[in-house]
Write a protein that binds this ligand. Structure first.
Ligand code: FDA
Ligand code: NAD
Length: 492
């Protein structure tokens, strides 16, 4: 049966059209048994009806499942649909604004910029980091998945279950997985003077990585200012240094990676960066950017209450914002993300979420709500959401927070939690190892960190963060005082 909509507003009209389109898609448009809808009080019915017919006949596609987004979560979700649930036959569409199939985004600030020769697609399509073969567009085609690239969704009508793309095409769904990820926070959005100038780079998608790579190569021997002392700041600084660019890092905190590192851990990484010629300006932020002689290219970076730095290139990494705009007002939100329950269900039936964009309960921490912008969560939440969508699990999502980074010859990993009141014990000089543990007020190990660990060390630390045993603090402090990394690991 056709739903009958009152044609009162533009959005009513659009959801009406959408319903017709979905129906038309299944029934080959207004075939037997379908009659024109009766819309009370509308004298324009016949013209609307004709438009519906035209639109329905041209741009309708309906799927049982749609993944909105084409990033890390999308790639792993698609694989889960195919490999675990045997989905085929064009029941699933992946809709992405990007022009390439889902890829392992972490590569963009690492081997994409630093390897020789630099890593390029198809080598890092998902799910290579999860032990799979790269899912090229052929993989999607072979498995009967419609991969709709360069397709930005601009409207999401949850009542009629219809997505509208920028070009006007419409996609109906039975169940929707929202995996729109996050975007870099841009300084021009904050109204900063000069932030629109050329030569100021952000890094989120592959096109930006291409631009940064070219700019970096052109700046060998020159000077870059990196704004932000977090993940992008540290990883891009390493890439710039490896490519022969001199770097000054500017950030407001007293040390790098303030959201995770203790001052002691940070000092070890800063020492290595300083040895490679990196200059740090801490405790301040950028006030404005300026060009020279109206060139339109950034040349000066003015700091708040501080000096003016010259720059041939600027990289900005001042945080990310989840891409929720489409769903504002339509779905419950929390902590800037789309709120989901332990089964990754949003507040709307048949709509699920995964990855950076969701705020979800951390089961192992009493269902504390959290948003996590890391790839391990994107992969695991995507696969879990698919299992729920396919009715294959009733278990809640149980994520152990896991963060990592790789820069120069270094590679660190962290598991667990860092409560504000936790005591941290750090051991090692990064020759090559450094280990740290966070111990909560009850004396339990809740967070674990290692630089340059062996697989055995890493498995052990991951397990400890998961099981949270009582710590022998006296023995750990003794081993730390003796700078005995292996003794420390044994005492854990
Ligand atoms: P992701 O951002 O990957 O994908 C979202 C997708 O949705 C994109 O394809 C986007 O274009 C699309 N989209 C959004 N809105 C849309 C719309 N309206 N219509 C159509 N498509 C739309 N993490 C980590 O743990 N270790 C690491 O080393 C790194 N390294 C790293 C490097 C760099 C450069 C970045 C930017 C990020 C990382 N991360 C990371 C973070 C990690 O990459 C991130 O957490 C995941 O990519 C999140 O996966 P999602 O699928 O949620 O979003
Ligand atoms: P971040 O939160 O890690 O770091 C932001 C940094 O910018 C902080 O040091 C912050 O204090 C600083 N900052 C904020 N405002 C500033 C200003 N006005 N001037 C100077 N500094 C300012 O965010 P990011 O590094 O931009 O990373 C963006 C996203 O990419 C995040 O989601 C992150 O998780 C993800 N990412 C993750 C990895 C990884 O996990 N290894 C690597 C790269 C990117």
């Amino acid at each position: 049966m056709l739903e009958v909509h009152r044609l009162v507003t533009r959005s009513h009209l659009s959801s009406f059209v959408c319903s017709l389109e979905k129906l038309g898609n299944h029934q080959r448009l207004f075939g037997k048994g379908v009659s024109a809808p009766k819309v009370k009080g509308s004298t324009r019915l016949s013209s609307v009806w004709k438009r519906c017919l035209v639109m329905s006949a041209t741009s309708v596609k309906s799927y049982e499942y749609v993944i909105l987004g084409g990033g890390n979560a999308a790639g792993y979700a698609a694989r889960q649909f195919v490999e675990k649930h045997g989905l085929s036959g064009h029941k699933l569409a992946v809709i992405s604004r990007e022009s390439v199939a889902p890829y392992e985004r972490p590569a963009l600030s690492k081997a994409y910029l630093t390897a020789n020769p630099p890593t390029r697609l198809p080598a890092f399509h998902t799910c290579v980091a999860g032990g799979g073969a790269p899912q090229t567009p052929d993989w999607y085609a072979k498995n009967g998945i419609d991969l709709l690239l360069s397709t930005e969704i601009v409207d999401c009508d949850l009542n009629s279950k219809c997505l509208t793309a920028k070009d006007g095409s419409k996609y109906g769904y039975g169940k929707l997985l929202i995996a729109t990820g996050s975007d870099a926070l841009h300084l021009d959005e904050l109204g900063m003077q000069g932030a629109h100038l050329g030569g100021i780079h952000y890094l989120r998608e592959i096109a930006e990585a291409d631009k940064l790579y070219e700019a970096m190569k052109a700046c060998a021997g020159k000077h870059a200012v990196v704004v932000g002392g977090g993940y992008i700041g540290l990883e891009c600084t390493a890439a710039l240094v490896i490519n022969g660019v001199r770097v000054t890092m500017v950030f407001p905190e007293p040390h790098v990676m303030a959201r995770l590192f203790t001052p002691e851990i940070a000092a070890h990484y800063e020492r290595i960066y300083a040895q490679k010629g990196v200059n740090f300006i801490k405790g301040t932020v950028v006030d404005s950017f300026a060009d020279e002689n109206g060139s339109g290219q950034v040349k000066y970076v003015r700091l708040k209450n501080g000096p003016v730095l010259e720059a041939d290139l600027v990289v900005v990494g001042v945080g990310a914002k989840p891409r929720t705009t489409l769903l504002e007002g339509a779905l419950a939100m929390e902590a800037r993300g789309i709120k989901v329950d332990g089964h990754l269900r949003t507040s709307h039936a048949d709509v699920f979420g995964a990855g950076d964009v969701i705020t979800f309960p951390l089961k192992m921490y009493g269902n504390r709500m959290a948003r996590v912008e890391h790839v391990g969560h994107a992969r695991q939440s995507a696969m879990h959401a698919v299992d729920v969508m396919m009715g294959a699990t009733t278990e809640p999502y149980d994520y152990l927070p896991f963060f990592y980074s790789r820069v120069f010859h270094l590679s660190w990993k962290f598991w667990g939690d860092t409560p504000a009141q936790a005591k941290t014990i750090v051991v090692g000089e990064m020759n090559p190892k450094l280990v740290a543990v966070w111990i909560d007020q009850d004396g339990h190990v809740v967070g674990t960190f290692i630089e340059s660990g062996t697989e055995h060390d890493e498995n052990k630390l991951k397990e400890l963060a998961r099981t949270r045993p009582k710590a022998n603090v006296a023995r750990l402090e003794e081993a730390a005082a003796a700078n005995d990394v292996d003794g420390f690991l044994n005492a854990l």
